[in-house]
Structure formats: C-alpha cells, structure tokens
Ligand binder design. Structure first.
Ligand code: AMP
Length: 125
C-alpha cells in the first residue's frame, strides 16, 4: 500500500509559510529549524521540502537529488552547529521516528539532530 501524505501537518504548514519558523539552514530540497520543545542544548529538525511521511516513504519515493541533498544537509547542519567531531565538536545524535510504534507525532519525514551535551541512553524503554 503506498504512503499517503496529509498536507495539513505542521511541517507542511511551515514549508508553505502558513506558520512561522526560523530556518537555520536551507538548500534546494531541505530546510532545518529549531525544535519548538528542545530536548538537548542543540535540537534541530531537518526536513525535506517534498511531501514524504516518514523515512521509508522518503527513501522509496524521493528522487536521488532530494535524498543526496537531504543527507548532505544533515552533515552541513552538524558542521554549522559545531557538534561534529571533525569540526571540533563532541558528537551528536540523529533520531527519526517512523509510524505508530515510534510515536511519530508529525507525519512529515524529519530527522532530529541533538547535541551540545551528552545525549544519554538510546531509548527510554
Ligand atoms: P516526532 O515525534 O518525531 O514526530 O517529533 C515531532 C517534533 O516536532 C517534536 O519534537 C515537537 O516538539 C516538534 N514540533 C512540533 N511543532 C513544532 C513547530 N511548530 N516548530 C518546531 N518544532 C515543532
């Protein structure tokens, strides 16, 4: 069954400019902006501009150009934040929730980039 995409989700509204956000990074197919409820000193969301519900949908349906742009963007944001080790930082964690078991809240594919302090255990249980 193909993935459906609900364009009334909050990130779709941010992409359309219907609700405000402060992008810290933008490329041809990707933007990054702060999470409204940060869980670590640095907590950014990196999202594709295209209509993809989750990671699985993105890798199945996005073009090679979108996927390359997205994954390069994640690295560029880590560099920009100063958390990547090769750029003098102390590392970071990427999380993506996909579907009900993950408790994905916003049905537009996104990666959480967390860092600036120790991230703790991988899962809460
Ligand atoms: P997930 O559970 O992976 O779908 O995470 C969704 C994330 O979106 C949560 O960490 C929320 O805090 C965040 N969020 C919800 N609304 C906004 C918003 N308007 N701007 C920035 N982040 C948001």
């Amino acid at each position: 069954m193909p993935y459906a995409y609900d364009d009334q989700n909050i990130f779709a509204k941010i992409l359309r400019g219907d609700i405000p956000s402060t992008p810290v990074y933008e490329s041809a197919h990707t933007i990054a902006f702060p999470d409204i409820s940060p869980q670590k000193k640095h907590h950014l969301l990196v999202i594709p501009k295209g209509p993809y519900r989750c990671y699985d949908h993105f890798v199945q349906a996005a073009s090679d150009a979108e996927q390359l742009d997205f994954f390069r963007a994640v690295g560029a944001v880590a560099k920009q934040l100063g958390v990547s080790e090769v750029h003098g930082g102390n590392g970071y964690r990427l999380i993506t929730n996909s579907g009900p078991d993950s408790l994905q809240e916003v049905p537009h594919f996104h990666v959480h980039l967390l860092g600036g302090e120790p991230c703790g255990p991988l899962t809460a249980g």
